[in-house]
Unconditional design. Structure first.
Ligand code: SAM
Length: 236
């Protein structure tokens, strides 16, 4: 997996507007036709991450009326159920194709459901987001950025969050680093961006430097998908 040029961000944006959009729309969707075994496995893993994130969020109390920012919302897999729970959802993604898909899926799932407010979708780099939200969630986005860049992103996300921040990322452990290297030796046609693993301790340290502490942790793994899920809150 090599970077083809441009900054990480430009590469990621281009990818998720083109081949990455097709690949991930399929993985995150429900249809099984044309979805291979690996993609199905990743679908299951990712849906567990979304489920766990919703459980963590609900554990803190009902979501009705709670403002939530879903940073890097993809096709809306988290934003839509959160809106159905009554949360006031703002969702953004750097990819216009992803946002268009999320908006369409939300229209189908939410329009006509009484009392449910449509998420506000926007095409935006998460680092350009402004405002304050009770909760900020960012699932499976940090994998596209090296640790240094990820730390800048985490700092920005924390600055938007008043009460809590949920992050999921692919953990860097000896075993997963090895798996990743093996995967890179056999690049499939559908793999296009560089993937970065992050050590849980590095992410936690970055949060601590910002004055946040990890309150809950989750770990999700299937055969080809693995993610750490952290819920952080202001330390004081
Ligand atoms: N969070 C969604 C989910 O879990 O269903 C999507 C995860 S997908 C692997 C990663 C998403 O992050 C893509 O939709 C991509 O366009 C988006 N993304 C990557 N970098 C971003 C950035 N700097 N700002 C906003 N979105 C970004």
């Amino acid at each position: 997996a090599q970077e083809i040029g441009g900054t990480d961000k430009e590469v990621v944006r281009d990818y998720f507007n083109t081949t990455g959009f097709d690949r991930w729309k399929k993985i995150y969707g429900e249809a099984t036709e044309g979805v291979n075994k690996v993609q199905l496995d990743i679908r299951i893993g990712h849906s567990k991450t979304v489920e766990n994130a919703i459980l963590m969020l609900k554990d803190g109390g009902p979501l009705a009326g709670v403002s939530v920012c879903d940073a890097g919302c993809g096709t809306g897999n988290l934003a839509i159920p959160l809106a159905l729970e009554g949360a006031i959802v703002t969702a953004n993604d750097i990819s216009a194709a992803m946002v268009a898909e999320a908006r369409q899926q939300a229209e189908e799932a939410i329009r006509g459901v009484e009392g449910v407010r449509m998420p506000e979708f926007e095409v935006k780099d998460l680092e350009e987001l402004e405002g304050k939200y009770h909760t900020v969630v960012c699932l499976d986005v940090l994998i596209h950025y090296p640790q240094e860049k990820a730390e800048v992103m985490i700092a920005h996300l924390a600055s938007l969050a008043e009460k809590r921040l949920l992050l999921s990322f692919a953990p860097k452990t000896t075993y997963y680093s090895l798996l990743k290297r093996l995967g890179e030796l056999f690049p499939g046609p559908s793999k296009a961006t560089r993937a970065y693993l992050h050590a849980e301790s590095d992410v936690e340290r970055a949060l601590e430097r910002l004055g946040w502490r990890v309150r809950k942790r989750g770990f999700i793994s299937t055969q080809f998908y693995f993610a750490k899920l952290l819920e952080a809150v202001p330390a004081a």
